[in-house]
Design a protein around this ligand. Structure first.
Ligand code: FES
Length: 285
C-alpha cells in the first residue's frame, strides 16, 4: 500500500500498533452482518488505545469499514461517550437528572467541581479525572448516583463522593458500591466496551435490594399482574401492511427515500450552490 493517502490514513499508529488494532478490529467486525455496524465498538477500541477518538483513530475506523472520515466523525461527535479530547484516567460522572438532582446530585456536583477546580467536561491538570454532569443512568433507585468509568457509586453524599475523588487524586484504586471489585481505568473500560471481556463480568452479583424491592413486595403479598384479556384479538387476522397502516392513520409517506442525502439531484440548486439566491437577490417579478 503506497501513496500519500495511505501514509496519511495510518499516520499516528506505529506498524506494530496498527497490526494489533487490525487483529482486534477483525474480531469486532466479524460479529456483525454489515461491517459498518461495527463502527461504535471500533470507536471504543480507538479510545482504549489513544484515550480519545484521535484523528488517527478516525482514519483507522474509516479505512477498516470503508466509510468516509466524515461518516465516522458524525457518529463520534453525536454520542457523549466518545471523547474528542484526551480523557482523564477516570471519568467522574455525577448524575444531575431529575431524581438524582432532587436527592442531592446538584450539591454533589458542585462540591466535586469545587474540589477539582474544573467544570463539566474538563480534565484536571494531572490528567487523572475528567468531570462530567451525566444524564440518568437508570439507577434512580440508588439516587443520587455517581459513575466512575461507568461503574456505579450508589446513594452518594457530597462527603462520600469527595472521599472517592480524593482517593483517586492520591493514586489509590477505588471500588464501586456494586459490580466489579475495582474501577478500571478509562482505557481498560473502553476495551470492554469495544467487546473484549476483562474477566470481571461476574464480580458483584445482580440487582440489589432497592432494584428488587417491587418484586420482593409482590412475592411477599402474592401479587401478580392481571391476566391479559385476549378475547378481542382474532389470531386469524392477516397482518396489516405498512401501506394499509399509513392509510388507516390518514398520513402520507413523504417520499420513497426519506433522507435528502439519498435523493436524486432534481434541480440545478441540488448540485450548484451558486444557483441559490439570497433572499435579497430574489427577482422582483
Ligand atoms: S436520575 Fe440519576 S440515575 Fe436516574
Amino acid at each position: 500500500m503506497n501513496g500519500p493517502m495511505t501514509r496519511q490514513t495510518f499516520l499516528g499508529y506505529a506498524p506494530e500498533v496498527r497490526e494489533r488494532l487490525d487483529g482486534d478490529a477483525r474480531q469486532i467486525v466479524s460479529r456483525y452482518p454489515e461491517p459498518r455496524s461495527a463502527l461504535m465498538p471500533l470507536l471504543h477500541l480507538v479510545q482504549s488505545e489513544d484515550g480519545y477518538v484521535s484523528p488517527a483513530g478516525i482514519a483507522f475506523c474509516a479505512d477498516t469499514l470503508g466509510l468516509s472520515r466524515a461518516n465516522v466523525s458524525a457518529v463520534a461527535t453525536f454520542y457523549s461517550q466518545y471523547k474528542r479530547r484526551p480523557n482523564g484516567t477516570y471519568t467522574v460522572g455525577i448524575c444531575t437528572n431529575t431524581l438524582c438532582a432532587v436527592m442531592g446530585g446538584d450539591a454533589i456536583f458542585e462540591r466535586v467541581s469545587e474540589r477539582l477546580g474544573i467544570h463539566h467536561d474538563e480534565t484536571t491538570e494531572d490528567g487523572s479525572i475528567t468531570l462530567e454532569q451525566i444524564e440518568c443512568n437508570a439507577a434512580c433507585d440508588y439516587a443520587p448516583v455517581m459513575m466512575i468509568n461507568w461503574e456505579f457509586f450508589d446513594n452518594q453524599t457530597p462527603e462520600s463522593a469527595l472521599a472517592v475523588v480524593d482517593a483517586i487524586l492520591a493514586g489509590d484504586a477505588v471500588a464501586p458500591t456494586r459490580g466489579a471489585d475495582k474501577v478500571p481505568t478509562f482505557r481498560e473500560m473502553e476495551r470492554v466496551l469495544a467487546g473484549f471481556e476483562d474477566g470481571h463480568v461476574d464480580e458483584g452479583g445482580a440487582g440489589g435490594a432497592a432494584t428488587m424491592a417491587g418484586l420482593t413486595l409482590s412475592r411477599e403479598n402474592g401479587w401478580t399482574a392481571p391476566a391479559i384479556d385476549a378475547s378481542h384479538i382474532d389470531m386469524d387476522d392477516e397482518p396489516v401492511s405498512s401501506e394499509e397502516a399509513i392509510e388507516e392513520a390518514g398520513t402520507e409517506p413523504v417520499a420513497e427515500t426519506q433522507s435528502s442525502a439519498e435523493r436524486e439531484e432534481t434541480t440545478p440548486a441540488d448540485s450548484d450552490p451558486d444557483t441559490v439566491k439570497a433572499p435579497d437577490e430574489e427577482d422582483e417579478s
